[in-house]
Ligand binder design. Structure first.
Ligand SMILES: C[S@@+](CC[C@H](N)C(=O)[O-])C[C@H]1O[C@@H](n2cnc3c(N)ncnc32)[C@H](O)[C@@H]1O
Length: 318
């Protein structure tokens, strides 16, 4: 069965058309695409006999499963997927210390996580699928990752070609495609996305559309400190990131959720960001958090804006 048949949407033909278009785009003989296709081909024959998604480190394959030649291929492919933004992973014994300590975000979500067993999940902006593997531990019927960037999309495809999980899928889709999935998902994860949307209210409306009645949104966002319901709109960049539009206070984000029609809204965690959570590593060798923050005042970004906090919300569709 095609996994899309699990989703109760009448828009199957439209989805199929978008996916076919994405396939054609991906099949272009351009360096940026060929590179990832080659990486995927190199290790297509390798399947892990073992995995463990129960702990902070996503573990796929044990080192003794591979002969020396395959081990070298896996190492070369993992290095080829750099920079690794989300993790940690251990793949056939190779420890991947990613830029983000993503297990910390997952552990903050866990106390408020609805039962995922047998459920239809969407992870919007799923990156390399770190959280989807953590979801897999809870036995969902399907977790569908939306990820329009080829590097992240391909990295997940490679990891899951090792792990072989049928109930985890990703597609080269973005949040802007959620309207094709009305009333489809029991739980939508919207982590680290909303401040990258120039219309955060439209983004939340699209999420609301895609949730089943009674479904749950788990939302995590960058935020500025303060009690007033306000959002910062940076001149060009925020913490050196150009595609950042509105950075709300927690109160502002709560109002966005209320006024787009969410119910039972609950903020359950907030914390300041730090370089303990996002930092340069051997697997991500570029600038990271400490380069984005004022060297003399850790309460300010390099642009002089309030330094980021992270806030977590849970909300439901009526
Ligand atoms: C800041 S990262 C957050 C990743 C992950 N959700 C997390 O919380 O760690 C933003 C992710 O959204 C992806 N992205 C970019 N454009 C997107 C879009 N239009 N719709 C959904 N995701 C998008 C990026 O490629 C990236 O993987």
């Amino acid at each position: 069965m095609d996994y899309l048949d699990l989703l109760p949407t009448a828009r199957h033909e439209d989805i199929a058309r978008v996916l076919a278009e994405k396939e054609r785009w991906l099949a272009q003989p351009k360096k940026g695409f060929l590179r990832y296709r080659e990486l995927r081909e190199t290790v297509r024959h390798i399947r892990a006999a073992w995995h463990d998604f129960s702990g902070d480190v996503v573990r796929i394959g044990a080192p003794e499963e591979l002969a020396a030649k395959e081990k070298a291929q896996v190492q070369q492919v993992l290095r080829g997927c750099m920079p690794w933004r989300k993790g940690p992973f251990n793949v056939f014994g190779f420890d991947i210390d990613a830029e983000w300590r993503s297990e910390r975000k997952w552990n903050r979500l866990l106390p408020e996580m609805p039962d995922l067993a047998g459920k239809l999940l969407a992870d919007i902006g799923c990156n390399n699928g770190y959280y989807m593997f953590r979801m897999a531990h809870h036995q969902p019927r399907l977790a569908l990752g939306f990820e329009p960037y080829v590097q992240h999309y391909s990295t997940f495809r490679i990891l899951n070609s090792f792990a072989g999980l049928e109930n985890l899928r990703n597609e080269l889709l973005g949040i802007e495609h959620l309207h094709l999935f009305p009333d489809c998902f029991d739980v939508v994860f919207l982590l680290g996305i909303i401040y990258h949307r120039h219309s955060p209210l439209d983004a939340l409306r699209d999420v609301l559309t895609a949730l089943k009645p009674g479904g749950t949104l788990l939302l995590e966002s960058q935020a500025i400190p303060g009690n007033q319901p306000m959002a910062l709109f940076p001149e060009a960049t925020y913490a050196k990131v150009p595609g950042t539009w509105f950075i709300p206070t927690a109160a502002c984000l709560e109002n966005w959720l209320k006024r787009t029609g969410f119910r039972e809204i609950k903020m359950f965690c907030q914390h300041p960001m730090s370089s303990a959570e996002q930092r340069r590593t051997e697997w991500m060798i570029f600038e990271s958090y400490e380069d984005f923050i004022d060297k003399d005042d850790a309460a300010l970004t390099i642009e002089g804006y309030p330094a980021p906090w992270r806030v977590f919300f849970k909300a439901r569709k009526r």
